[in-house]
Ligand binder design. Structure first.
Ligand SMILES: [Fe+2]
Ligand SMILES: [Fe+2]
Length: 209
């Protein structure tokens, strides 16, 4: 990870991301934001669903269940906010194929506990961190009401990042850091290398020849 030792990792969304979002993605997203809203709405739905899945998988962890219940409600409120923004902008709610990002991250998770719990928490922390980074990048580039919404969402996803990372630390006090670096390398690759379709967590779409 670009010359930075694990011990130097700070715990803010920007500092755990191993590569910043490419300026090319920001330019493409700032142009195509109406289409990106549909993927964004799906991401909020998926974030609620991931929180609920963790609650079902680890019902004995009361602190996790209560914290994630709040996260799931908050993600569904975000979904509602994005759908309202789509209505205001005349963007249809249709079925859209998800990009490679979440699917490939999920494919790297270990299947047996306790490793799986740690991996799910770290994956969620990374996705929240990338979301917060991109909301911050896009907020000043979007029309006013949407820019304000994205600034608000940046704060919420930063909180979710801290929450997931906190649970990852307490779940595996020795192992979390090394595993975060492994999953973070994959996350950075998926979020920053050339992609085939523009999505909220995609890399920039390669220019057609
Ligand atoms: Fe959200
Ligand atoms: Fe979130």
């Amino acid at each position: 990870m670009s010359g930075r030792a694990a011990a130097d990792l700070e715990e803010s969304p920007a500092s755990i991301l191993q590569a910043p979002t490419a300026p090319a993605w920001v330019e493409q997203a700032a142009r195509a934001w109406p289409e990106l809203l549909l993927d964004h709405a799906n991401c909020e739905k998926k974030a609620a669903s991931t929180a609920l899945a963790l609650m079902f998988a680890y019902p004995q962890d009361r602190a996790l269940a209560l914290a994630l219940s709040r996260v799931a409600r908050e993600e569904l409120r975000h979904f509602e906010q994005v759908v309202r923004a789509m209505s205001a902008c005349g963007v249809e709610l249709t079925r859209q194929r998800p990009g490679r990002y979440a699917q490939q991250l999920r494919g790297a998770l270990r299947s047996a506990d306790p490793d799986r719990k740690l991996d799910l928490l770290l994956m969620s922390a990374l996705i929240e961190a990338r979301s917060a980074e991109r909301f911050a990048l896009l907020a000043p580039r979007l029309p006013a009401p949407l820019g304000a919404l994205y600034a608000q969402l940046m704060d919420a996803e930063s909180r979710h990042f801290a929450l997931y990372l906190g649970f990852a630390r307490s779940t595996a006090p020795q192992a979390w850091r090394a595993r975060l670096i492994e999953l973070g390398a994959l996350e950075a690759q998926l979020a920053t290398t050339a992609d085939v379709s523009l999505r909220f967590h995609s890399g920039p779409v390669a220019a057609e020849q």
